[in-house]
Design a protein around this ligand. Structure first.
Ligand SMILES: [Zn+2]
Length: 181
């Protein structure tokens, strides 16, 4: 195992997260898990990270939830999506996460779409499009490309306004701090 997997930031992750699950009383399933991803994005912003959160579920249970940690791990690939996919694989019997749905506040980049295909995620749900980096629908359509041996269903626009607002607010506040400095 790589040193990366023993990172304290990852190890401190609550082990009982799998106990979190959706039931009909929680309302719309996709919105329920997207709110969880948004809560992760909020934590990211508080930590000075670009606010993007992700939740990986299987049969209405949370397998993993996390947020962008590029700054704190000094790791260009520590996107919310790669973190949850890797974490779920640690606890899962296989590196594949079958019957899984990945919720993420922003459309995944090319690397994360690659990770989604490699992990065999069934379904991607995202909030806002990323016209400058999105590889699910914006710049590329990697997850529906027939040439790959895996395809994931895509559902976009869940809590889109809230997901965009988190990013817009983060960059607005950062510009303001820089202009004051
Ligand atoms: Zn990414």
């Amino acid at each position: 195992m790589s040193q990366y997997l023993f990172d304290p930031a990852l190890e401190s992750f609550p082990r009982d997260v799998a106990l979190q699950r959706w039931s009909a009383a929680d309302g719309d399933r996709d919105e329920y898990f997207m709110r969880m991803a948004l809560a992760e994005a909020t934590v990211a912003a508080e930590e000075g990270e670009i606010p993007i959160g992700a939740v990986l579920t299987c049969r209405d249970r949370v397998l993993a939830r996390d947020h962008n940690r590029r700054e704190q791990l000094r790791d260009p690939i520590a996107h919310a999506e790669t973190l949850v996919l890797r974490r779920a694989a640690i606890f899962y019997p296989s590196w594949r996460v079958e019957e899984a749905t990945l919720y993420v506040t922003l459309e995944p980049c090319l690397m994360c779409c690659g990770a989604i295909l490699q992990s065999r995620v069934d379904r991607l749900v995202f909030g806002a499009r990323d016209p400058k980096g999105g590889a699910a629908v914006s710049l590329y359509e990697t997850l529906s490309d027939q040439r790959f041996n895996w395809r994931a269903e895509i559902c976009e626009g869940v809590l889109q306004k809230e997901c965009s607002a988190a990013l817009v607010e983060f960059f607005r506040a950062r510009r303001l701090r820089k202009s004051k400095a």
